[in-house]
Design a protein around this ligand. Structure first.
Ligand code: NAP
Length: 266
């Protein structure tokens, strides 16, 4: 089996990386940064986001596992004290894989048929470069509302505990193939109306944003921020691709939610 390790870059994570690399090579696993079967991310959830984007072209062939060197993460749930156990599990066991849904974002432009496509593990946000964001929101090809406010956030189920949660969105179990649209400070008064609640769409529904006045937008895809000019539409749906996590022990999602947000002492 071929493996790669990505780290946050701090000395604790780097020391662990060297240890794990040596241990795994002692078990005759091959270090291969280009075509790994398994990617071990050492750091936090942010580190796993980087690893995901680095290997997003081979999601069907690569599984991910996360070790956290800070606080418990949603994608990074192994602790440094467990790495010997994790190494043995990776080396000896045919591991179980669990799949989580991803978000597909397609941006189309005013001139010509050019489009760009992205996959997000957590979410994509859309904000205006200047002034209030004004966007027509379509769901399944039907006009839903004209949004005015700071921005819109479309998240995956596993990203629902990140930015989406700070916006008052619901936490969605990653076994539900869905996306969630959450508002950022919408303008609501006698003239302007938005639904005001986060919306959860199933995998056969598409959400499309269409500019009303300005055409330039700041779009984030997880940790990446990109400026898009002359935008015609931004389309969101559940991607056909999924991220695969190597699972060596049960760690139920609701326990992770409890331990992350309520208390980690049982
Ligand atoms: P960052 O600003 O350095 O860190 C954002 C925080 O979000 C970190 O504590 C990170 O955990 C945590 N996080 C990432 N994915 C998560 C998930 N699925 N569930 C719960 N927490 C999660 O940025 P970054 O490390 O490059 O991560 C980019 C992410 O930041 C974006 O995808 C977005 O979700 C999040 N963000 C949140 C807000 C907000 O809550 N107001 C605003 C902007 C962006 P670790 O410490 O374990 O890495």
């Amino acid at each position: 089996m071929r493996f790669a390790i990505t780290t946050k870059g701090d000395s604790k994570s780097n020391t662990l990386m060297h240890k794990m690399r040596t241990y795994l090579q002692d078990f005759d696993l091959i270090y291969d940064e280009d075509k790994p079967d398994i990617v071990i991310s050492i750091g936090g959830d942010g580190t796993l986001l980087y690893a995901f984007h680095r290997y997003s072209s081979r999601l069907d062939k690569t599984a991910f596992v996360g070790v956290h060197t800070g606080h418990l993460g949603f994608y990074a749930d192994w602790v440094p004290e467990e790495i010997e156990k994790l190494v043995i599990a990776i080396a000896k066991t045919p591991f179980q894989v669990i799949e989580y849904p991803l978000l597909e974002v397609i941006i189309r432009y005013q001139n010509g048929g050019r489009e760009t496509r992205y996959l997000a593990l957590n979410e994509s946000t859309v904000k205006s470069v200047e002034g209030t964001l004004v966007m027509d929101v379509e769901i399944r090809g039907q006009h839903f509302e004209r949004f005015r406010g700071d921005g819109l956030c479309v998240s995956t189920p596993s990203g629902s505990t990140a930015y989406n949660k700070a916006l008052g969105g619901a936490i969605i179990h990653p076994s539900l193939p869905s996306i969630q649209l959450a508002e950022m400070a919408s303008i609501n008064n006698r003239v302007f109306r938005t639904v005001g609640s986060p919306l959860i769409l199933p995998d056969h529904h598409t959400c499309m944003l269409k500019p009303v006045n300005r055409l330039d937008f700041q779009v984030t895809i997880d940790h990446l921020t990109l400026l898009h000019k002359d935008v015609k539409s931004i389309q969101f749906r559940v991607a056909d691709e999924k991220i695969r996590f190597a699972r060596f022990r049960p760690f139920p999602f609701w326990k992770r939610v409890h331990d992350s947000f309520i208390s980690d002492s049982d």
